[in-house]
Design a protein around this ligand. Structure first.
Ligand code: SF4
Ligand code: SF4
Ligand code: SF4
Ligand code: FES
Length: 948
């Protein structure tokens, strides 16, 4: 681990407009830089640092501090080097007596209104103001503190993670510009004029109450300790760093994990990170404290039956017991009576090992993953139409998009760092279409307004997309040259004839979808003719009984308009979990080996049989819902679950509980005693992403390194634990490092052929497929043609879900995520992120609330055919009348008690987004919720005592 301080070149690189180079002389040295480069950056590139305060290379130059003055031969005055572009033949001096004198004067003014408490300041040694005072040779200040000053200003410590001390603020506005340019929230302003100028969050509120979303961009930009992480104040400035990848969402932001000794002090987004380009959200930046949470289980535990208390045991005993139990069950009930679930939170290497354990060790294909409940329709739909189960673009591609169509996704909450990129492009003038039952933030936010928001009725995605296709085909907006050259024309013709039928027109389907026909027509025209159009979608597309059909309908639209295989366009699933793409790539599905090759394919099976030295099952195994069905029927008896809480995340909680309760051995490997662990017989403590080496693959197929920052508190990284189980089952595994696992993956998986830890060190990341011609990978897929050959149009008939509203259940419930929490909240609930979202609330339209006598904040009962829960109401016009919405981050709510077990016809992905419900006033939490809370509180207390 070494210190990886990042170099700040002062201003952004020149836009690649002309490609021309400019020659000039700086301090007597000749240099050539691209046209449009600032003098400051040119100097920095040759190793000369010009003093600066308001400039930093992540922001547009502003030119306010006047510290970076230079002299230019033949030009009067002292121009600011940050805002002055280089010109051919320019002769620049950065250090002269006059410049020294001017800079000293500027610094004197700053320092005269700054507390001189450097020795006790938390940023001592990591402060640009301090550095600049040294750089300009400031030794004393002529002005005293007698006059007006800001030194008594009150500190704002309301944000859980950082403080704002106006006394230390030099009003350089870097924070304001970071919030505007990088994050796009525009939460900060410089209020007042002249001496009265000060930084204000929203309307001079404290940070916690303001519009601030706690992304940390302002803290990162601040050159003093005016904005500083509380952890730095507590622990001290870091002295070394290691680059690793966030373990929350599919954006895959990379961070410098900055340490002081063995202690993690802060996570700073890495400027060279190709997915995040130096930005972060509140989760990756700040919500890592769960790794040290007292509720973490660090010792293995076993019990004979689930009504007994847990017994702590040695790792040896736990591993031997696990292996013995699986072998016993198989001997008694047959080879296919056991299976396992891989985790999208774990590394590629770990998911690969779990599926290998099941295929090689259990001798069957009963392996599935949490992608089953999120993006399995993406895999099916995109493989069917394009030939590859992955998104087509990299994130950078959005900066070339002219039109963005966002359907069933809420990027500002679910994929916030990518949402900031989208917002930047939208502020530059790209157009936006949002198709969502809810008015998500993107529909209208500062300087952004969607051209069209189509607020469809939940469950009618296919009808809406078909109506869009109807407009495109019947109004002659198809890119016929593209379709003829790239797709199967006969299939296209069949699809075009289908969508052209009058009953699929926007007018004919308006009553069904609730989308005004005129808006839909206009949106369709914009998508087809607005230039390069990119579709971004999320779980609002996949988690439906027609999830796969919707993905296919999206692909059809993109092919018909020529919007695949070019930068700025494409079909982009916004993946949920950090490694859901990787978990799918690694062969976590019951019908596929790594690289999406079917288990029935003899050549592929032979490859793995030779490598693993066993014969492999040619029959696809059971999916998660089938495992649970088989368990309740008595034929499935043992399950290995790594890093997944199926009791909370899978639909119809009662059915999941019944399935788990019917098994004889459930092994849970996780950080915390999760809800599934209530039904487990063995608990194997897991390790966090900070404690292991490996790789994650993000939503743009980018494979990035996860690097060990601290030693595993539980003793082993997750890959080591799986290896211990495999060895106890008699498999001769002998990996000494995850790089060896990746080497095996690369040997056996064509799309990973060029992937190795050495390649990742060299290139920073690799986007599969990586080939000899493209060793860093493929940012945009299908450029020369579709992976499957001809693009495959498929007719997608709209089939209404069986989940229907009626007099008993008149409203439709749809679910989603909020920025501050992640999935079932196991990690984020154990951080200060609860400050923003301490409970799940039910969003309900004012009309529906009034009809039921519900006021904002009231407890309400939420009932469906599957179950009932209680939560508090949030009255809002974000949802349309007839639609209610909630998040599912808190186990006390158990939103999945409500959801049914209807699922996607092709993949069994549950229909989370459509549940018919009734909402009525309630006196408070139901009995089971109260007993859950009491039980959770009891266990928390017991564990806290045990931890002490
Ligand atoms: S808080 Fe920091 S970044 Fe913002 S104006 Fe003050 S000194 Fe500059
Ligand atoms: S933390 Fe992010 S959102 Fe909040 S003020 Fe700073 S830059 Fe803006
Ligand atoms: S949660 Fe997602 S957007 Fe936020 S820092 Fe992590 S990877 Fe980036
Ligand atoms: S750094 Fe150039 S004016 Fe501030």
């Amino acid at each position: 681990m070494a210190w990886i301080g990042e170099i700040d070149l002062g201003t952004k690189p020149a836009p690649l407009l002309s490609g021309k180079m400019v020659s000039l002389t700086i301090d007597g040295e000749a240099i050539e830089v691209p046209e449009g480069t600032s003098i400051m950056r040119a100097a920095a590139l040759m190793g000369t640092t010009i003093p600066k305060l308001c400039a930093t290379d992540s922001l547009e130059a502003f030119g306010s501090c006047r510290l970076c003055l230079v002299e230019i031969e033949g030009r009067a005055g002292y121009p600011a080097s940050c805002t002055t572009p280089v010109m051919p033949g320019m002769v620049v001096s950065t250090q002269t007596d006059r410049l020294q004198q001017l800079r000293k004067g500027v610094m004197e003014l700053y320092i005269s209104d700054h507390p001189l408490d450097c020795l006790t300041c938390s940023a001592n040694g990591d402060c640009e103001l301090q550095d600049m005072a040294g750089a300009v040779g400031l030794r004393d200040v002529r002005y005293g503190y007698e006059g007006e000053h800001h030194l008594d200003a009150c500190k704002d410590a309301s944000n859980p993670y950082f403080t704002f001390d106006p006394a230390k603020c030099i009003v350089c506005s870097r924070c304001v510009r970071a919030c505007d340019e990088v994050q796009g929230t525009l939460a900060l302003t410089v209020d007042g004029r002249g001496f009265e100028s000060h930084i204000s969050a929203s309307q001079d509120e404290d940070f916690l109450k303001s519009e601030c979303v706690s992304c940390g961009a302002c803290v990162q930009a601040c050159p003093t300790s005016a904005l500083i992480e509380k952890e730095v104040e507590k622990v001290g400035t870091p002295d070394k760093a290691v680059v690793t990848t966030c373990a929350y969402c599919g954006v895959g932001c990379t961070f410098r994990a900055e340490m002081r000794g063995e202690q993690l002090v802060r996570m700073v987004p890495w400027k060279d990170g190709k997915a995040n380009r130096g930005h972060s959200c509140v989760k990756g930046r700040f919500a890592w404290g769960y790794a040290n949470h007292k509720e973490r289980i660090l010792n293995p535990m076993i019990r004979e039956s689930i009504d007994q208390p847990w017994r702590e045991v040695s790792w040896d005993e736990a591993i031997t017991h696990t292996a013995t139990e699986f072998r016993r069950i198989q001997a008694k009930y047959g080879t296919r009576s056991v299976g396992g679930i891989t985790s999208s939170r774990c590394t590629n290497e770990e998911t690969y090992l779990v599926q290998k354990l099941i295929r090689q060790g259990f001798g069957n294909n009963n392996v599935d993953t949490c992608a089953r409940v999120c993006h399995s329709p993406t895999g099916y739909g995109l493989k069917t139409t394009f030939g590859t189960s992955a998104g087509t673009q990299d994130f950078d591609s959005v900066m070339e998009a002219d039109v963005m169509l966002v359907i069933g996704a809420n990027p500002t909450d679910g994929h916030p760092v990518f949402a900031s990129r989208m917002k930047r492009r939208l502020r530059e003038g790209a157009k936006l279409i949002v198709i969502d039952p809810r008015r998500i933030d993107l529909v209208r936010s500062p300087h952004i307004e969607a051209s069209y928001h189509l607020p469809l009725k939940p469950g009618t995605n296919v009808a809406v997309l078909t109506a869009i296709a109807h407009v495109i085909v019947t109004e002659g907006l198809v890119d016929e040259d593209y379709v003829r050259a790239r797709c199967d024309w006969d299939e296209f013709s069949e699809w075009a004839a289908f969508v052209s039928q009058s009953e699929r027109s926007p007018e004919a389907t308006e009553a069904l979808t609730t989308v005004p026909a005129a808006d839909l027509r206009a949106a369709a025209r914009l998508y087809a003719t607005g230039g390069k159009s990119a579709i971004y979608y999320g779980l609002g597309v996949t988690e439906h009984s027609q999830g796969s059909s919707t993905v296919i309908a999206i692909a059809n639209l993109a092919m018909a308009t020529g919007n695949v295989g070019i930068e700025g366009a494409g079909v982009n699933p916004l993946r949920g979990q950090n490694n859901v793409q990787g978990a799918c790539d690694m062969g976590s599905f019951p019908h596929e080996f790594s690289g999406y090759r079917h288990v029935s394919d003899n050549a592929t099976r032979k490859l793995f049989e030779e490598a693993w030295g066993v014969s492999l099952d040619a029959e696809p195994g059971l999916r998660i819902p089938n495992m649970l069905d088989a368990a309740t029927e008595g034929s499935f008896k043992g399950l290995f679950v790594q890093g997944e809480d199926i009791l909370q995340s899978d639909p119809n909680t009662h059915h999941v509980a019944a399935g788990l309760a019917a098994m004889e051995c459930v092994v849970v490997q996780d950080l915390f005693l999760n809800e599934t662990a209530n039904y487990a017989h063995v608990f194997l403590p897991g390790s966090t992403f900070l404690e292991k080496d490996g790789t994650f693959t993000n939503a743009e197929r980018r494979i990035q390194r996860v690097r060990q920052v601290m030693r595993p508190k539980n003793g082993y990284a997750d890959w080591e634990i799986v290896q211990l189980v495999a060895r106890a089952m008699g498999l001769g595994w002998s990996y000494t490092h995850p790089s060896e696992i990746m080497d095996e993956i690369a040997r056996l998986t064509p799309t990973f052929a060029r992937v190795s830890y050495a390649a990742l060190e060299e290139h920073g990341s690799v986007q599969w497929p990586a080939t000899d011609a493209a060793p860093v990978g493929t940012p945009v897929m299908h450029m020369e043609g579709f992976v499957r050959g001809k693009g495959h149009f498929v007719v997608t008939d709209y089939v209404p879900t069986d989940e229907k509203t009626g007099p008993r259940f008149p409203l439709l419930l749809t679910t989603g995520r909020i920025l501050s929490h992640y999935n079932v909240g196991a990690q984020t609930r154990r951080t200060d992120n609860v400050a923003w979202h301490p409970e799940d609330r039910l969003e309900i339209h004012p009309l529906d609330a009034e009809n039921r006598g519900i006021r904002d904040g009231d407890w309400v009962a939420l009932r469906s055919r599957a179950g009932e829960t209680t939560l508090r109401a949030l009255i809002t016009e974000r949802v349309a009348p007839g639609v209610v919405y909630t998040t599912f981050h808190h186990p006390e709510t158990q939103a999945n008690v409500i959801t049914t077990d209807y699922s996607d016809w092709a993949t069994n992905c549950p229909e989370y987004k459509v549940t018919a419900v009734q909402v009525s006033p309630s006196n408070g939490p139901s009995d089971w919720q109260e007993s859950y809370r009491a039980q959770a509180e009891r266990s928390r207390r017991i564990e806290a005592v045990a931890a002490e």
